[in-house]
Design a protein around this ligand. Sequence first.
Ligand code: SF4
Length: 253
Amino acid sequence: MTKKDRYLHFVEYFSKNQPNPETELNYGNSFQLLIAVILSAQCTDKRINQVTPALFERYPTPESLAASTPEEVFTYIRSVSYPNNKAKHLVGMAKILVDVFNGEVPSGLDDLQKMPGVGRKTANVIASVVFDAPAIAVDTHVFRVSARIGLTNKATTPLAVEKQLTQYLPQNTLGVAHHWLILHGRYICVARNPKCAICPISWFCKYYEQAHTESALLKAEALRLKKVKDQKKKNALNKISKELKKRSVDNNG
Ligand code: SF4
């Protein structure tokens, strides 16, 4: 199957089955989403959703957060990863929002990245979710899943993944494709043992195709070797059996 076919099937499948995917972070406005996305770096959305209600209540505006201190903010976010740095980032971000952007979350990627804690990924999330811009944020799920499906090829950095996805995906699907890939990566195409056996898109997934093609070849070779008595070949057969077992665990994990 060609890369173009995989893209076609990917867009077709998810457009039909998940037409309106959304972030799992809870937020009420663009300022709150910015806070939540900064906090979510290397942390789960579930954990972030546990701390944000109290945080949003205490700091309802950029001005109130800018007037606070990292030490005080820390007390609200102590259970998330890297709370010290993130507390500093949040206060620094709010100060720039107030001083430079008049308290409004800016729409441009460059402006967004002027704030501490806001890298390209966060900026892309805000641009796409808040401003409906044709942008795709690449996090660990997007990176892994797009490579496995075969949407990207030899992309070794998030920026390379972003460029390849942007090149091939229709512009109007970039924002939703981010959610499709994240949700698929979070629940089915998980990092260590992807649940290929129950995956609804295995039929156009490159990883699945390769794993099964190679396994099929190995099985045929095992059958052939079973018929020979030569010890060397028996050793080779054992090796293949082990490899097949390993693959079956990997695939069904
Ligand atoms: S078939 Fe497996 S590797 Fe491919 S997308 Fe599904 S879970 Fe991921």
